[in-house]
Design a binder for this molecule. Structure first.
Ligand SMILES: CC(C)(COP(=O)(O)OP(=O)(O)OC[C@H]1O[C@@H](n2cnc3c(N)ncnc32)[C@H](O)[C@@H]1OP(=O)(O)O)[C@@H](O)C(=O)NCCC(=O)NCCS
Length: 161
C-alpha cells in the first residue's frame, strides 16, 4: 500500500526569516528597556556611547516589526595587549519573538559589520542565562563569573572572526 504524505498543517509555522537593518540609538531603547531593564526608568536604556558615530545599532524585523536589537561599541578587548574590538551590548529579542532566529541573525550581522570595519574581535559581558545562546554561535567564555549589580551573574565572552 502506498504511503500517503502527512496532511499539511492548517497553521503556518511562524516565520524564522527575519530582516536586519541599521537603527538609530533611539530606536533600540524601547526593546532594551522592556527586555534588559524592566521596571527601571527609561533613561536606564540609554548607554554611554550610544550616540558616538562609531557605535552601530542593528535591528531584527519580523513581518515588518522591530523585534530584536543589538549594538556594537568600539572598545578594545581588555587583553594583554588590548586589541581593537567591538563590545556587543544591548542584545535583546522581544519575548514574543524568541526562538525564531532573530538573535542569531543579529549576532551574524554584528560579525559582518565588524569585519567590514576591519575589526576581528567581538566581546561582551554575557548574562549567565544567555551563555548557551552565545556558545551556540561560537563565542567562548573568558575568565570567571562576576556580578553586575541589579542585573546578576555574568561571564565575559569572546568571538574571534
Ligand atoms: C538571548 C536572546 C537574545 C536570544 O534571542 P532569540 O531571538 O530567541 O535567539 P535565536 O532564536 O536566534 O536562537 C539562536 C539559537 O540559540 C538558542 N538559544 C536562544 N536563547 C538561548 C538561551 N538563553 N540558552 C541557550 N540557547 C539559547 C536557540 O534555541 C537557537 O538554537 P537553534 O539555532 O539550535 O534553534 C533572547 O533570549 C533574549 O533577549 N534574552 C533576554 C535578554 C538577554 O539575556 N540578552 C543577552 C544579554 S547578554
Amino acid at each position: 500500500m502506498a504511503v500517503r504524505p502527512a496532511p499539511a498543517s492548517p497553521v503556518n509555522p511562524p516565520s524564522r526569516t527575519g530582516a536586519i537593518r541599521f537603527l538609530s540609538a533611539r530606536e533600540t531603547h524601547p526593546i532594551r528597556l522592556e527586555v534588559l531593564r524592566p521596571g527601571f526608568p527609561p533613561e536606564s536604556a540609554v548607554f554611554d556611547g550610544d550616540s558616538d558615530p562609531s557605535t552601530l545599532h542593528l535591528g531584527a524585523f519580523l513581518e515588518g516589526q522591530l523585534v530584536g536589537v543589538a549594538s556594537l561599541f568600539q572598545a578594545p578587548f581588555p587583553g594583554d595587549p588590548p586589541e581593537p574590538a567591538f563590545q556587543l551590548r544591548g542584545m535583546a529579542t522581544h519575548p514574543k519573538y524568541r526562538g525564531r532566529g532573530c538573535g542569531r541573525l543579529l549576532v551574524e550581522a554584528c560579525c559582518s559589520a565588524a569585519l567590514n570595519r576591519s575589526i576581528q574581535t567581538l566581546w561582551c559581558n554575557a548574562r549567565e542565562s544567555a551563555l548557551g545562546f552565545y556558545s551556540k554561535l561560537g563565542w567562548e567564555i573568558i575568565g570567571d563569573r562576576f556580578e553586575i549589580p541589579t542585573v546578576g551573574p555574568h561571564f565575559q565572552m569572546l568571538r574571534r572572526l
